[in-house]
Write a protein that binds this ligand. Structure first.
Ligand code: MSP
Length: 662
């Protein structure tokens, strides 16, 4: 039987609809799950909703509905969104389901059976943050607020306690023996210092709220409701049938290989959860994998801050795959990233429309014309693109195995760039004109299609809707992908190919933002509600959780987001002439990948118009038009200047006009 891989997301609260942060988590989980399936693992992906607790109780009351009505509405939205985004979960658990309650009771029963003194009744007096559903020490409360800036409440209750203090040494020993237990390492170090600084017993029941699972057993204990984190964390095993009549899935898939979560809930997963499991004598999960936050203006995107990003409009216009790609490409896994529609569109046009989409269209169109709608008849197993593929695939696999999605995509793009370079250097169109569709042309084009096939196979976990379509166009047919599909040589000869409209039609930024919201206003089409900075600051007086990882705006430095607003791209000079009465200026017409434009460049002291024609230069394509000596210039040609003498920037490989420079 194949090796199993059990992967979970955090279960999302139902006090509001999912936003970009939740979506990111489920997309990452889906990319991992699809990748693991492609590599032959018997993969099980779990997601779901966390429906109990004060937060939900209060939100429902505010809306004048019952908590379960609120949960049902939000859950319906989760199902809709996960379907649209192609999230391939194998199960969806709700903590209000009876199978979940059975799991929670079984966990408590096992703790009581194996370590009878670990759960005891005691007096709790202290601070509680309803927004984060967490108990706080005196030092964690500043001016009546928790570390995230939410107001806290004083509580005195007779509660059940879990003897967390007894697990300090065992947890530290587990951390020592399992150096990859929490990833990334920097986060693990924070967890270790937290545990080393001493653990206090944890209150695990509440009597002041009603919306939750009653504490098991008779004798008045029913007034106790199980603490929401003890309830919620158990979803990872209750969904597998733990505590039910059929625990075959639990026996097959537990322990989890990866609990994927955001950095704000690491402590619950790497301290409390393993301690509960140790007390119950249940095996611990293998890895807690923590991702960073999506930020907006350097603040965490969240309901309480009020800077929610909901990408419905983006999905509607572009389909789900470009958003999936953007999120995985833009965020270095584990770190924070700023969301912006501008960066999304820049990536869409440069990476998807230009690099990926154009390469596919070119390959398919040439094969269609030269080999009459079929993949070429003669394959090839000794050439430069093949070597590029053989270098890219192991790099991709290694990066995917380490959850380094950006690096994995970089590896794919290396193959894509090499494929483009190969097309340019072999000039199949010239070959066809001179020698017709001979064997050499067959090999060239077969190589190009084959490299595209491998590119799309590697991208299939990221672009699950478009990859089957692209592979069909390439003549590689649909069908389940496996590890063998990453090897050179898989493309059949003489198979039908399909020419269709581009997969990623280019979108003009001006039209796009004109139709949405002008970017200069700071708004975005995905924005739901925006508070003034002052209001946002007032609603969040404390620093965000774990601020060491947030990226503060630094004086004199620009963010990657600001940089990405500059549209730098390769353009090819079509014609050049001197500007009258100027010693320095040349008027150029260039092809910028989307069309022609006129530019004026101060490079005449070094370059003659003749030598520039045909040359590829790098331009800033989104500058406001300017008049130079009465001639309109739409952009700027980049050059270094040595003692006033310009030296034009160029790119190493022969990339097509329109290629984005970053
Ligand atoms: N219900 C708890 C988790 C219980 S798991 C046993 C919870 N829910 S949540 O809805 O607030 O968050 C769900 C997941 O989304 C968490 O992993 C959280 O870190 C993640 N995100 C919420 N906002 C986020 C961003 N702005 N950016 C990225 N992910 C963040 O916590």
């Amino acid at each position: 039987m194949s090796q199993k891989f059990y992967l979970t997301t955090a279960i999302h609260y139902v006090n509001d609809l999912p936003h970009i942060g939740h979506i990111y988590e489920n997309v990452v989980a889906d990319v991992i799950a699809r990748y693991k399936r492609m590599r032959g693992f018997d993969t099980f992906l779990l997601t779901g909703t966390d429906e109990h607790g004060q937060k939900i109780e209060r939100m429902a009351a505010k809306q004048g509905i019952s908590p379960i009505e609120l949960a049902d509405r939000v859950v319906a939205d989760h199902h809709r969104l996960w379907k649209v985004l192609g999230i391939s979960h194998d199960d969806f658990i709700r903590t209000t389901e009876s199978r979940h309650r059975l799991g929670v009771y079984e966990l408590i029963r096992r703790i009581q059976e194996q370590n009878p003194t670990d759960l005891y009744l005691g007096e709790f007096a202290g601070w509680y943050c309803p927004s984060e559903e967490s108990f706080l020490t005196e030092t964690q409360v500043i001016d009546g607020r928790c570390e995230s800036g939410h107001p806290v409440e004083r509580m005195t209750e007779r509660n059940y306690f879990f003897k967390l203090s007894a697990y300090q040494e065992r947890l530290l020993a587990h951390y020592r023996d399992n150096p990859d237990f929490v990833q990334p390492r920097s986060r693990f170090n924070e967890v270790i210092s937290f545990v080393e600084s001493g653990l206090r017993d944890l209150s695990v029941s509440r009597t002041t709220i009603r919306w939750g699972i009653p504490w098991p057993g008779a004798t008045g204990d029913a007034e106790h409701i199980i603490y929401v984190w003890l309830d919620a964390l158990t979803n990872y095993i209750s969904a597998l049938g733990f505590g039910s009549g059929d625990d075959s899935r639990f026996r097959r898939y537990w322990p989890a290989d990866v609990h994927l979560i955001g950095k704000d809930i690491i402590r619950f997963h790497s301290v409390y959860w393993p301690a509960f499991l140790m007390a119950a004598g249940v095996e611990l999960p293998k890895t807690i994998l923590a991702h960073g936050w999506w930020l907006r203006d350097d603040q965490k995107i969240s309901k309480s801050v009020g800077n929610i990003v909901r990408p419905d409009a983006i999905i509607e216009q572009f389909g789900p795959d470009p958003l999936r790609y953007y999120m995985l490409r833009e965020m270095v896994f584990g770190q924070d990233a700023n969301y912006s529609d501008q960066a999304f569109l820049a990536r869409y046009n440069a990476d998807l429309a230009n690099d990926l989409g154009n390469t596919l269209s070119r390959a398919v169109k040439m094969s269609d014309t030269y080999f009459l709608g079929k993949t070429p008849p003669v394959p090839c197993d000794d050439n430069d693109v093949m070597r590029a593929a053989e270098a890219a695939v192991p790099e991709y696999l290694e990066a995917m195995d380490r959850y380094a999605f950006q690096r994995a995509l970089d590896a794919v793009w290396k193959l894509l760039v090499a494929t483009n370079g190969y097309i340019v250097s072999r000039e199949p169109w010239k070959h066809f004109k001179e020698k017709g569709a001979d064997e050499a042309l067959s090999r060239i084009l077969w190589n190009v299609l084959e490299a595209n096939r491998i590119v799309w196979t590697m991208l299939s976990p990221f672009l699950p809707h478009l990859a089957p379509e692209a592979l069909r166009r390439l003549g590689a047919g649909p069908g389940e992908l496996g590890e063998r599909d990453l090897a050179w040589g898989g493309l059949p000869t003489g198979a039908p190919i399909e020419v269709h409209d581009p997969l990623f039609p280019r979108i003009d930024a001006k039209e796009f933002f004109g139709a949405a919201i002008a970017p200069s206003s700071g708004g975005t089409m995905t924005e739901e509600k925006r508070e003034s900075p002052a209001a946002a600051a007032a609603s969040q007086s404390g620093p965000p959780l774990e601020t060491t990882q947030a990226v503060p705006p630094q004086a004199q430095k620009i963010t990657i987001d600001e940089f990405m607003k500059t549209d730098l791209r390769v353009a090819q000079v079509l014609s050049a002439e001197r500007v009258e009465k100027s010693k320095k200026l040349l008027k150029l017409r260039v092809n910028d990948g989307e069309g022609e434009r006129q530019l004026v460049a101060g490079i005449a002291t070094r370059y003659t118009p003749e030598e520039l024609v045909g040359r590829k230069v790098v331009i800033v394509a989104n500058l406001q038009p300017a008049m130079l000596m009465g001639v309109e210039s739409n952009g700027m040609v980049l050059a270094a200047s040595i003692d006033g003498q310009p030296s034009l920037l160029s790119v190493d490989l022969d990339v097509p006009p329109g290629t984005r420079v970053r």
